[in-house]
Ligand binder design. Structure first.
Ligand code: CS2
Ligand code: MG
Length: 400
């Protein structure tokens, strides 16, 4: 069998997605997500100009060799654009391998290690009461784990809060946001206290700091949240400085989850091997595909670190479908983020994964159980959209 075409499909059913579709001379196809929020065309160009020409004529069965060819063979290694492109190729090749074998991909990864993939949903609100209502919506829908975000009093807008949390799409929403760490730190513990008081000790609570604190600020927040027993505090600080997490660890037992912006095992290595985090959030689409993500999770398993893959709506249903096959099979699964896509997006990406009672279940059909409807995708042209820039109240640029 040979790859005869590598199509890069950019579509915007409400938000931009980039998908790679590989076509073989046997008529089989495989798909991979290549979406990098706000930088979609960079990945599309990398795939179209530098990867597709290399793939044509290759044996799709050679997944590892293709991965190494695109990683080592490119000279310029790592980075979100390169690794998202490699991820799309890798994911599409696993999709093809499943179809050739007549098996769902999780069966090629070692089979089931659990009955379903426990997911967490997003609850948000301008006010704590709105957030409590949103938590109740998710609990009523069967979710066992909920991320809680609210607006910060005194700030015009806050990460993770929109009119409808379910379709939170930060790209193209607002060009700039304003941030105040003091206002935030004053507010957040009372929010989690109220949620815990309302919903009791069983519900698994998470909160995303979104890279905005210093290590000592994060240490103080972690300690303040200890009475509320969070499952994880996410992205407490920008993660370029792994040593910074030693300081957080010295002061608090609140578990930490990091990694959605990571794109290779090298980004995660020190945080994992020094046990500075408890969950690693790397995703199929941004961390080199199924092949590389398995390596990251296998390293994590040696150090009691569990998976907690990113799954916001700017990762397409192709990525989510692939994530579920990995989630179902690895021994150290933790949680899978799940923000349901819109009906418009689901129509462009027909899939057979399903949600029931707090779990997602991947497809049993051969491959990943997802595809892209190219004709429908063509009806949604690319729409320029960038993520917001965040500034402090005095105008200083700050992590968004
Ligand atoms: C967030 C994301 O889901 C999360 O944990 O950090 O919403 C993130 O802001 C977006 O995926 C960025 O594109
Ligand atoms: Mg996050």
């Amino acid at each position: 069998m040979r790859i005869v075409d590598a199509r890069v499909i950019v579509t915007c059913p409400g938000r931009n997605f980039v998908t790679l579709k590989l076509v073989t001379d046997a008529g089989l196809t495989g798909v991979g997500d290549a979406t990098l929020n706000g930088r979609e065309l960079a990945v599309a160009a990398y795939l179209g100009e530098h990867v597709a020409p290399v793939l044509r004529g290759r044996d799709p069965a050679r997944i590892e060799d293709t991965w190494q060819l695109l990683y080592q063979g490119a000279y310029w290694r790592r980075g979100p654009v390169t690794m998202s492109a490699i991820a799309a190729v890798d994911t599409a090749l696993w999709d093809l391998k499943g179809k050739v074998a007549g098996l769902p991909v999780y069966q090629l990864l070692g089979g089931r290690s659990r009955d379903g993939v426990t997911v967490y949903g997003h609850a948000a609100g301008e006010t704590v009461d709105e957030a409590l209502t949103d938590v109740a919506r998710l609990v009523d829908a069967g979710y066992r784990a909920v991320r809680v975000q609210t607006a910060v009093p005194g700030l015009s807008n806050t990460y993770g809060v929109s009119a409808d949390a379910r379709t939170y799409e930060p790209a193209g929403s607002v060009p700039e946001t304003t941030w105040s760490t003091p206002r935030y730190l004053t507010h957040v513990p009372s929010v989690l206290a109220k949620v815990r008081a309302e919903f009791g000790p069983e519900l698994r609570l998470l909160h995303d700091v979104h890279h905005r604190l210093t290590p000592i600020e994060a240490a103080g927040l972690g300690r303040a949240l200890e009475p509320y027993g969070l499952t994880w505090l996410e992205d407490p600080v920008p993660a370029e400085l792994p040593e910074g997490f030693r300081l957080i660890r010295r002061h608090t037992t609140t578990p930490l989850a990091v990694g959605e912006v990571f794109n290779s095992i090298w980004d995660c290595r020190q945080l994992i091997t020094e046990q500075l985090i408890d969950y690693v959030r790397t995703s199929v689409v941004h961390a080199g595909g199924i092949t590389h993500l398995r390596r990251i999770f296998d390293l994590a398993a040696l150090y009691h670190v569990r998976s907690g893959s990113h799954g916001a709506t700017d990762l397409s249903p192709v990525c989510l479908a692939a994530a579920l096959h990995v989630d179902l099979s690895i021994p150290n699964f933790g949680l899978q983020e799940y923000m349901p896509h819109t009906a418009e997006t689901d129509a462009v990406f027909p899939h057979t994964y399903s949600y029931a009672d707090g779990y997602l279940h991947p497809s049993e059909e051969p491959g990943l159980g997802v595809d892209i409807d190219e004709e429908l995708a063509a009806r949604y042209p690319y729409r320029p959209a960038a993520l917001p820039v965040n500034r402090l109240e005095d105008g200083t640029v700050h992590s968004w």
